[in-house]
Design a protein around this ligand. Sequence first.
Ligand SMILES: NC(=O)c1ccc[n+]([C@@H]2O[C@H](COP(=O)([O-])OP(=O)(O)OC[C@H]3O[C@@H](n4cnc5c(N)ncnc54)[C@H](OP(=O)(O)O)[C@@H]3O)[C@@H](O)[C@H]2O)c1
Length: 317
Amino acid sequence: MKAFGFNQYGDANVFEELQIEPVAELKSKQVRVSIEAIGINPFEAILRAGYMKDSMPLPFPIVPGGDVTGIITEIGDKVDNFSVGDAVVVHKGFGGYAEELIAFTSHIAIRPDNITLAEAAGLPTPGIAAYNILTFFAKARAGETIFIEGASGSVGMVLVQLAKLMELTVLASGSSANEDYVRRLGADQYSAYDKENPGETFKDIADIVVDATLGGRASEVGVKALKPNGRMVSLINVPTEDMQKEKPLADYYQVESVKELKDNDALKFLTDLMMQDELEIKIAKKYKFTLADIIESHKQLDLPRTAGKMVVIVKEN
Ligand SMILES: NC(=O)c1ccc[n+]([C@@H]2O[C@H](COP(=O)([O-])OP(=O)(O)OC[C@H]3O[C@@H](n4cnc5c(N)ncnc54)[C@H](OP(=O)(O)O)[C@@H]3O)[C@@H](O)[C@H]2O)c1
């Protein structure tokens, strides 16, 4: 089958078209999915660039991609909750930039009929991260104030919507270009990082801070906004020990894989919300399943861009 991947670390141009032998036999609790659309995530660019080559050495060739939607074409002998022909959303570590994927049923959910292929492919990684942050890492409670840094990003946009559904007051940051969009999602206040320091604007008032940016000064800004005994959750790096000295009584958490967190719990919750039109996944751009488009989508990951997910459509339904 056709797939896109790389045989060396480097910039977006290291991608090549690969022919991968499909897995012959499924394990009991696995399904085979014919892929219709793929979500593109910053993590895949981090892998490709080799930033994790020491902590997570990869056996080449690597086919990245963890977020797909498609149709089940085969099920393992102990699968009783999904059937051939079901449309599903899937969250997986690797192998998604391809025509087909094998996944355990613990990482999939039924795709609601009312959403597009692009919205379904854009959901898994950002949606699961946002859900786990609010319910597990930050343990958010109604009435609390949350400051979401990077609220216009893929994870940020889900965080804003879930936090409002959980009845939190939402303070948000992002670029000034994306202010209207984030306010429309429900943010109560917005601070544009390209015009002011959001940490000063929201100084000492957030029970919870989530750093959902790509890094840079966001850690420092987030600590400033935190209440002295608040909780801060970071998607990339927790604030350094030096930064934490400003709020030594606060708790600092890094988003990581934890055994008790189940992808299918999060995906079921999120797809139910989408079925009820209570959660939107904004699409920034749709690409084709070609080498040129995969390379272009990765070039875009490194640039400032319109809010929303980039997705690759493999087959139109
Ligand atoms: N550990 C995990 O499980 C996990 C899961 C998902 C994502 N992540 C990580 O989470 C991060 C966000 O991912 P994503 O897909 O949401 O990325 P994204 O869509 O590129 O969003 C990045 C966001 O950061 C904002 N931003 C950039 N500089 C900022 C600053 N100085 N202050 C405030 N906001 C700033 C951007 O705002 P503008 O666009 O308005 O400039 C945008 O809203 C990435 O680092 C990703 O690798 C980790």
